[in-house]
Design a protein around this ligand. Structure first.
Ligand code: SAM
Ligand code: SF4
Length: 319
């Protein structure tokens, strides 16, 4: 269905957990955050019920996210359940990759054909610092495991000033060499992101232009469900820019988000949402109608102006 601004809403990002095995500087504090109690987290059946209702409203694609979605047990089972929902055409995943070596095959067999791996640096020590506890080799092993089982992999990079702003070109080269599109996401002032400064798309593009000129707008396959503006070289290699802050891509926004505790968020930047738990748990009737009303009233756009907009950290919203 379309919202009141005429945008077709076809895509939901489902956070399956707020927990994570990393503590990225711009996402989660070192000491962690007060995690949702176990009983607050939607069960698979409840997630499926929510997605069924969203599919009635026109949603056809699901992205599993978190926290770290691979920290949720039996994820391939959820993937299968979601593919059984009439109207759901594709289920994909965004992950830090650490647990992919163990899980890639089962996820692929369940139908995860495309995965985004978040990787902000290629330097082992920096990776350990940026994620506070991660090993670069584990993330790279995850990336390779996904490729080996046959998944299409994309890298997601958040360029942050003073952290990895000197690696933009290296990351694009790495992607080009390994046949993996690289997408740069502007740091959003959500949660801890408000305490750091990100690079703008324009800065990233200029850096790539200086070091690797000759790219042209890439009009081949789109780079996922998102609003990435993509560029490629005639001899291969693609990078994309997601102007989460500066480009105001809100006019073409096609998505809603379901938090791990069952709140439908209409916009990443707006804390309000529709609590689905009464419908999913207490038998309140009218879930589809409530979703339709919420989607209709999806906010027109974000108002990121450098200030924090939300109490929740990104791991709680589902990035
Ligand atoms: N743990 C998984 C991962 O890292 O891919 C999935 C959840 S994570 C919240 C999803 C994406 O959000 C990651 O690519 C992460 O880099 C990005 N992210 C987290 N905080 C952000 C922020 N403040 N601004 C922009 N992107 C952010
Ligand atoms: Fe975890 Fe992803 Fe947040 Fe990093 S960005 S702390 S991997 S949820």
């Amino acid at each position: 269905m379309r919202d009141q601004w005429g945008r077709a809403i076809t895509y939901v990002r489902v956070s399956v957990t707020d927990r994570c095995n990393l503590r990225c500087q711009y996402c989660m504090p070192q000491e962690g955050v007060p995690f949702l109690p176990h009983e607050a987290i939607l069960r698979f059946e409840e997630i499926v019920q929510a997605v069924q209702a969203l599919a009635v409203c026109g949603v056809s694609r699901v992205k599993l996210t978190g926290g770290e979605p691979l920290c949720r047990k039996n994820l391939p089972q959820l993937v299968r359940m979601l593919y059984d929902v009439p109207g759901i055409e594709e289920v994909t995943l965004t992950t830090n990759g650490i647990l992919l070596p163990q899980q890639a095959k089962a996820l692929f067999d369940a139908g995860i054909l495309r995965v985004n791996v978040s990787l902000d640096t290629l330097k082992p020590e920096r990776y350990a610092k940026m994620t506070r506890c991660g090993k670069l080799d584990d993330a790279l092993a995850g990336l390779r495991a996904a490729q080996q089982v046959g998944m299409h992999v994309k890298l997601n990079v958040v360029p942050v000033r003073g952290w990895n702003d000197d690696e933009v070109v290296d990351l694009v080269r790495f992607g080009k060499q390994n046949g993996v599109p690289v997408r740069f996401i502007e740091l959003m002032p959500v949660g801890l992101g408000a305490e750091q400064r990100g690079l703008s798309n324009a800065e990233v593009r200029d850096m790539v232009q200086q070091a690797m000129p000759g790219f042209t707008p890439f009009r081949g396959q789109t780079l996922g469900n998102g609003p990435a503006v993509c560029y490629g070289w005639s001899d291969g290699g693609v990078f994309g820019l997601i102007g989460a802050v500066h480009d105001r891509f809100c006019t073409s926004c096609n998505r809603v988000r379901l938090t791990a505790d069952g709140i439908l968020r209409l916009c990443l930047a707006h804390p309000d949402g529709l609590d689905l738990k009464p419908y999913l748990r207490a038998g309140k009737p009218g879930l589809v109608e409530a979703l339709q009303q919420a989607i209709l009233n999806k906010p027109l756009g974000h108002n990121f102006s450098g200030q924090q907009t939300d109490d929740r950290t990104m791991n709680g919203i589902g990035g």
